[in-house]
Design a protein around this ligand. Structure first.
Ligand code: SAH
Length: 227
C-alpha cells in the first residue's frame, strides 16, 4: 500500500471559506489575547501569523503596538485592510505564506498565532518553526493558541445546516488538527524556551448553535521565547 502523505489544508480552501464567514472568525479578538495584553505579556512590535481578517492584530494595534499581520488567503488580507481603514487603525497586512516568513527581512518583539499552527501538516510544522526563528528577535516571544486533544470534533452535517456559507467544506478538507503538549515541546526544543503551555479557551462558531454567540472550546495557549 502506498504511504499516505498528509496533505496541507490548502490556500484554496481558506480562500473559499473567506468568501463567506469562517467559523473561527468571531468578529472580535480572542479572549485569551485580550488577557495576555492586559497582563502585559505582549510587548513591543507584533507579527500576527495567519492573521485571517485581523481581529487580534487590530486589537493590539488599538492598544498602541506596531502590528503586522500576514496570511496566505488574499480575501482575508483584503478584509483586514478594510477593517483597519474603517477603524482608523494603522497595521500592515500582507499576503504571505508562513513558510516564507524569512522574506520579511525583519524581526518582531512578539509573534502571535491564533489557530494557525494546528492547520499545518506535520511536514510543514518544522519548516514553519525555522521561519519563525527568522522573525522573532532574540528573547522575543511567540504565543500560540491552538486546539488540543480535548477540543471536540464539530458535527459537519449540523455545521453546514447552520452555516450555508460553509457548505463548500468537504470532509476531506478537514483533518482533525489535534495538538498535544508533547508535540508542542518537540516542535520547539532547539533554540527555544517554553515558558508555559496552559489550558486555554478558543472561541469559535464550530460548535455554536448559531452565529449569535460563539462557543468556547478547550485548547492550549503556549508562550515560547527564542533563546
Ligand atoms: N488568526 C485568525 C485565523 C485563524 S484560521 C483568527 O484567529 O481568526 C487559520 C489561518 O491561517 C487562516 O486565515 C489561513 O488562511 C491561515 N493559514 C493557514 N496556512 C497558512 C500558511 N501556510 N501561510 C499563511 N497563512 C496560512
Amino acid at each position: 500500500m502506498p504511504e499516505q502523505k498528509e496533505e496541507n489544508i490548502t490556500v484554496d480552501f481558506f480562500e473559499s471559506v473567506y468568501h463567506g464567514e469562517p467559523p473561527w472568525d468571531i468578529g472580535r479578538p480572542q479572549k485569551e489575547y485580550i488577557q495576555l495584553e492586559q497582563a502585559g505579556e505582549i510587548v513591543g512590535s507584533v507579527l500576527d501569523v495567519g492573521c485571517g481578517t485581523g481581529e487580534n492584530a487590530l486589537y493590539l494595534a488599538e492598544q498602541g503596538h506596531e502590528v503586522w499581520g500576514i496570511d496566505f488567503a488574499p480575501t482575508a488580507i483584503q478584509k483586514a485592510q478594510e477593517k483597519a481603514a474603517q477603524r482608523h487603525l494603522t497595521a500592515t497586512f500582507l499576503v504571505l505564506n508562513v513558510l516564507e516568513l524569512h522574506t520579511l527581512g525583519r524581526t518582531f518583539d512578539t509573534v502571535i498565532d491564533s489557530g494557525l499552527f494546528h492547520t499545518l501538516s506535520n511536514e510543514d510544522r518544522p519548516r514553519f518553526v525555522d521561519n519563525l526563528a527568522a522573525v522573532v528577535r532574540r528573547g522575543g516571544t511567540y504565543f500560540m493558541l491552538c486546539v488540543s486533544e480535548l477540543t471536540p470534533i464539530p458535527d459537519f452535517s449540523k455545521l453546514k445546516e447552520r452555516m450555508p456559507d460553509f457548505s463548500k467544506l468537504k470532509p476531506e478538507d478537514y483533518r482533525r488538527p489535534q495538538v498535544t503538549q508533547a508535540e508542542i515541546r518537540n516542535s520547539f526544543h532547539d533554540g527555544w524556551r517554553i515558558n508555559y503551555i496552559r489550558q486555554a479557551t478558543l472561541e469559535s462558531y464550530w460548535c455554536a448553535l448559531s452565529r449569535m454567540e460563539p462557543s468556547e472550546t478547550p485548547g492550549w495557549l503556549s508562550s515560547i521565547s527564542k533563546e
